[in-house]
Design a protein around this ligand. Structure first.
Ligand SMILES: *[C@@H]1O[C@H](CO)[C@@H](O)[C@H](O)[C@H]1NC(C)=O
Ligand SMILES: *[C@@H]1O[C@H](CO)[C@@H](O)[C@H](O)[C@H]1NC(C)=O
Ligand SMILES: *[C@@H]1O[C@H](CO)[C@@H](O)[C@H](O)[C@H]1NC(C)=O
Ligand SMILES: [Cu+2]
Length: 675
């Protein structure tokens, strides 16, 4: 290693702010924020109250969701504009609890500690699975005699078998038992279990009985080899290239953001970071300070990922049911993992811990669940003016952005979920995927041996990475400079010159339409170019434009399943890339409140059939970010990040470039180093 040539890049930068900011310390708040996630004590209160009302055995009372019951939006807005402590918004919790086989929706007031309502869910679909019941289910095969026989028959070592849970979906059947499929893998000599499946076993677990209720072993395809599948550094052989050079980051003035409780202020932005066991990170009350209007202006009341639909595209017995809804079935919050400092987030990042709940209702601490940091090095704006004789003008500003990051690992896949804030007013939500492909074993060692459609790519000998999609749907309750907004579609249209008034034969111009009802808000982004914006028709700029924010989509993907296919009925919220609904406190989950084995009766696609008014009212923008994944060899044995995202960008929101006068961070030298 040429360590003498090691380059230490120095990044010492000042914070970017229009007001003096002291270094960030997580200070406890005198008055809690009404949108703060449930505290450890509050989760325990829910547990105690429910258990006191139902003094049944522990096994017949399991908590599948404990969260903050959303306070009334109007009250939160009033609270925000009142003196601290002047208004108290009651802290309430909404819990979904299975008690003796019945699903209860329990609303609790946490201050007088009373149950406000307790309803039994009678429709289709089941609550989010608990981590603990999945942990119990994956152990069942290991003591199931027919399974042990199958393992023996295959010449495998039972001590090296690990199993994993897969939701069963719904394929038109009337059955309404909570069940799970279990697939098993070999862990000998590699930890990369997903690429070493023991295929053609059918293991169905009844979750209420916590028993294997169906078992078949149809045939025997060999388990793919463990060679070259391990991703742990300790198991790699040199050479370890390409070489990456080191970077030291240091913020001598401290970070440019401040965290008070769960409220963040940074540069011209203020927002709140919440956390929910189903949604994961929830950002609320995002406002930007307008230097010219001398006030903070609201952009977003709340934003979070409402659902993630991952349908695999192999219709065979082993695979057809693999059509997952990761938020509703597994919980984005429950699947959030601790991040590694200096790897998942830079060394100058600050971390937030969260509490999730276990299935017995106890709070469980998750360290380093969220990180907040500033990102340096991009250009904010620039211009080189070469058109003025004998004078060169070069003006360039570098920018500092703020990132809020969390990682949600659902089984084989890791979803890196970022919210980027820019001083120029943009919010850029981004998603990056890493992790491991789901592999189907095949006989073929070479592509030429594959004679039938194996529904995937041969990524290694005997290993097919199955085609699938990742559809993320964001719930974006934008409140552009106020609650009453409209959705506008500005189409770009070709005009043909027919009257000989120009030497040109054509040009393009725009035509703006304001959406009246939900059907006007269903947008399939495609060939016809259009600008999509949420505007406040009641607020105009000095020159008369409606203030607004534009949605600049990233990659868009359209579902390829037929609309009558069962998974697509359940995932019908992917039928359009954009939807607009009137704000409804109960319509948070695009795939429904109860997604496991749901029948598509409570999806965004169904709600919008009401075709409600969305003009000049409180609206929610839903945006689907999709990735069709045709696996490639580089995705094996573990895939480098695949990123996508979109931008919410001010459009006639400010009178002019809001960062015209923003200084670049200072150039500083490393303490003790020569200049
Ligand atoms: C099976 O795996 C266990 C655990 O790794 C190991 O101790 C044992 O020797 C293995 N048995 C055989 C027959 O390879
Ligand atoms: C530019 O500078 C050159 C050399 O100094 C000079 O001869 C010329 O007149 C200048 N041109 C203009 C447009 O000022
Ligand atoms: C609000 O959402 C709930 C749940 O989907 C629904 O039953 C209700 O009709 C909705 N209200 C309005 C006014 O749309
Ligand atoms: Cu993928």
């Amino acid at each position: 290693m040429a360590s003498s040539k090691k380059l230490i890049l120095l990044l010492v930068l000042a914070f970017l702010s229009f007001e003096a900011v002291v270094s960030a310390v997580v200070t406890p708040l005198q008055f809690p924020h009404p949108l703060d996630p449930l505290t450890k004590e509050e989760i325990t209160t829910v547990q105690t109250i429910v258990r006191t009302k139902y003094p049944t055995s522990k096994n017949s009372l399991t908590f599948h969701y404990i969260g903050l019951d959303d306070p009334d939006k109007t009250s939160v807005l009033t609270w925000e504009h009142s003196m601290p402590g002047a208004i108290t918004i009651p802290r309430k919790s909404f819990a979904i609890v299975i008690i003796n086989g019945e699903t209860h929706e329990i609303l609790i007031d946490l201050t007088p500690k009373i149950i406000l309502s307790d309803k039994i869910h009678t429709g289709h679909g089941f609550p989010t699975l608990s981590v603990e019941e999945q942990t119990a289910a994956i152990l069942l095969p290991l003591s199931h005699e027919p399974f042990k026989e199958s393992i023996k028959k295959r010449g495998l070592n039972l001590s090296e078998v690990v199993c994993s849970t897969f939701t069963v979906g719904w394929y038109g059947e009337d059955n309404s038992k909570r069940s799970l499929r279990v697939d098993c893998f070999m862990k000998e000599t590699t930890v990369n279990i997903y690429v070493r499946p023991i295929s053609e076993l059918y293991i169905l677990v009844d979750l209420d009985l916590m028993k294997i209720v169906e078992y078949h072993d149809r045939a025997t395809r060999p388990v793919p080899t463990a060679d070259n599948t391990d991703y742990r550094f300790s198991n790699q052989q040199p050479p370890f290239g390409p070489k990456q050079h080191s970077l030291a980051s240091h913020q001598p003035q401290g970070p440019g953001f401040q965290i008070k409780g769960h409220s963040i202020s940074w540069a011209n932005w203020k927002f709140h970071i919440g956390f929910d066991s189903r949604a994961g990170v929830v950002l609320s009350l995002a406002s930007i300070y307008d230097l010219e209007k001398h006030k903070s202006r609201r952009v977003m009341y709340r934003g979070f990922i409402s659902e993630l639909f991952v349908p695999y595209q192999d219709p065979s017995e082993d695979w057809y049911f693999k059509t997952f809804f990761d938020a509703g079935e597994f919980g984005f919050g429950l699947s959030t993992v601790s991040m590694q400092p200096n790897r998942d987030c830079p060394s100058h990042a600050q971390f937030l811990d969260v509490f999730v709940h276990t299935n017995d209702g106890s709070p469980s601490l998750l360290k380093n669940a969220i990180c907040v940091f500033e990102q340096y090095g991009d250009i904010m704006w620039r211009h080189t003016e070469t058109g003025i004789p004998n004078e060169t003008i070069l003006e360039s500003r570098s920018e500092v952005n703020l990132i809020v990051r969390s990682v949600v690992t659902v089984g084989n896949y890791d979803n890196i979920i970022d919210w980027q804030f820019k001083a120029s007013g943009s919010i850029k939500p981004a998603i990056a995927l890493s992790g491991i492909l789901e592999i189907k074993p095949v006989e073929a060692k070479h592509k030429s041996e594959i004679k039938i459609d194996e529904h995937g790519t041969l990524v290694s000998a005997n290993s097919v990475g199955i085609y699938h999609d990742h559809f993320y749907i964001y719930h974006l309750d934008l409140d552009i400079d106020g609650v009453e907004n409209s959705f506008e579609q500005t189409s770009l249209k070709t005009v043909r010159v027919t009257d000989g008034s120009s030497k040109r034969k054509s040009y393009w111009t725009v035509e703006t339409k304001t959406a009246n009802t939900e059907s006007d808000g269903k947008i399939t982004i495609g060939m016809a170019p259009a600008e999509l914006a949420v505007v406040n028709p009641n607020k105009k700029t000095a020159v008369g434009n409606d203030v607004g924010y534009r949605l600049i989509p990233g990659t868009t993907a359209h579902p390829l399943l037929t609309e009558d296919d069962y998974p697509q009925i359940r995932g019908a919220f992917t039928n359009h890339n954009v939807w607009v609904t009137p704000y409804n406190i109960s319509q948070k989950w695009a795939g429904g409140l109860y997604v496991d084995q749901s029948r598509g009766e409570d999806t965004l696609a169904v709600w919008t059939q009401q075709n409600r008014n969305i003009k000049n009212t409180d609206i929610v923008l839903w945006h689907v970010v999709g990735i069709h994944h045709v696996p490639a060899q580089e995705d094996f044995p573990i895939m480098p990040l695949l990123s996508t995202g979109f931008e919410l960008r001010p459009t006639n929101f400010f009178e002019r470039n809001p960062v015209l006068k923003t200084l670049s961070p200072n150039d500083l030298t490393w303490p003790g180093c020569p200049k």
